[in-house]
Design a protein around this ligand. Structure first.
Ligand code: ZN
Length: 397
């Protein structure tokens, strides 16, 4: 088995199969290519899956918020909600952004924290899944993440800093290569942000960005050539992007039932999914009736679907029932935003616009078919390296 001097996994958020096929992205340099099934959920679901190989049912991340009054860290904030008037002020994007930073600091969150448009009166009943930095040592609690694995096997690895932009992350990667780091996980997220705005795959801004990634990847090839290091590079992504077709105001329909949030039911309105917890038995039938007019735009997930997507849990932390919108249809307003975005992901993984990719300089094992399979591949490569270190004690020093 060939051992490369440098092994790079480059994560490009939202680099979908459709975009890659339509632009022929790096066909020559990365000839081993495969369509990958998205992890059901959002990037906040896919990232922990990529970093641990576990499903949301195992690592507990599906949607940033979940209805959980008993474990909500925001109970005090919920109590302050009636004082936060006028609501329109507190809902402004800038205000929420600043508040998110302040709350994140106050609570000592090290993970990605954003309030989005979660109403303050509900916040005191919500738990947030990304309190800790998923990329850091011990960032996923009992679940071993990529950093824990590298440390355990004593393989020197560079993992990008998700707080900083793509350009700086490529720069840091080049420095790590020059410093002799053999394993790199480069994280980039700017394409995702652009695609939310311009979900037209051949839009100039998208072409430009994709071309920029190409030059960055070529610079890594060039650097390794200059330093006479053999390189294996694998690009991985989490999902594609689905253009907006229309919106549905599912939240108003549920709120019009007269049921009381927190007493009769609890819910999260993600941009593509409604997750509901029934607190009173009669609430279920009332809510299902309220959602019936939307059944031409989405469907309630079956237990089999939940199991297949890796989100089924008998203790129902993600909600008793999940209503998923059809591709292109967004819930607006939702807890994530007052308005829909031009493009969104988080629809059915099998939809063509949802599909992710793996592209590599080297052969990709047959077993890599879904986003949850990336970790196993990284693990295998890290273990091979660790084994080499053991047989060559000099190399480990
Ligand atoms: Zn996104």
């Amino acid at each position: 088995m060939k051992q490369y001097d440098v092994e790079i996994f480059l994560f490009i958020d939202a680099l979908g199969w459709e975009l890659v096929s339509r632009t022929g992205f790096m066909e020559k340099e990365l000839p081993f290519r495969r369509r990958i099934e998205m992890q059901f959920g959002y990037s906040s679901t896919a990232i922990p899956t990529i970093l641990s190989g576990r499903t949301p049912a195992e690592h507990g991340h599906l949607g940033l918020f979940r209805f959980a009054p008993e474990s909500s860290p925001f109970r005090l904030l919920g109590k302050l909600a009636p004082l936060m008037k006028p609501e329109s002020f507190w809902n402004r994007g800038r205000v929420r952004h600043l508040l998110s930073r302040l709350i994140g600091k106050l609570y000592g969150f090290t993970g990605y924290f954003q309030l989005y448009q979660m109403p303050f009166r509900k916040l005191g009943m919500m738990d947030y899944c990304e309190k800790r930095d998923l990329f850091a040592k011990g960032g996923m609690g009992q679940v071993e993440n990529l950093r824990d694995l590298l440390d355990r096997l004593k393989v020197k690895g560079h993992i990008s800093d998700w707080h900083i932009g793509d350009r700086r992350n490529f720069e840091a990667a080049r420095q790590a290569i020059s410093a002799g780091t053999p394993f790199l996980f480069i994280y980039t997220a700017e394409l995702d942000a652009l695609l939310h705005q311009y979900p037209v795959l051949l839009h100039d801004r998208i072409r430009e960005k994709v071309e920029w990634y190409r030059t960055q990847i070529l610079s890594l090839f060039q650097l390794c050539r200059e330093q006479k290091k053999s390189l294996r590079l694998t690009v991985i992504s989490d999902h594609g992007m689905t253009p907006l077709t229309r919106t549905v105001d599912l939240r108003s329909a549920v709120e019009k039932t007269g049921l009381k949030f927190g007493r009769d039911y609890g819910a999260c309105y993600d941009s593509t999914m409604f997750r509901v917890t029934f607190l009173k038995p009669e609430a279920e039938q009332i809510i299902r009736s309220a959602v019936r007019p939307f059944e031409d735009s989405g469907h309630w997930l079956t237990e089999n679907e939940e199991k297949y997507y890796g989100i089924y849990r008998p203790d129902r932390p993600f909600g008793d029932a999940l209503f998923l919108m059809d591709p292109g249809i967004q819930i607006a307003p939702s807890d994530m935003g007052a308005r829909a975005l031009n493009g969104m992901h988080g629809f059915a993984p099998e939809d063509k616009d949802s599909q992710a990719v793996i592209l590599s300089t080297d052969e990709i094992p047959d077993t890599v078919r879904r986003v949850s399979d990336y970790f196993q591949l990284m693990k295998q490569r890290i273990e091979e390296r660790a084994d080499t270190l053991k047989t060559e004690p000099d190399a480990a020093s």
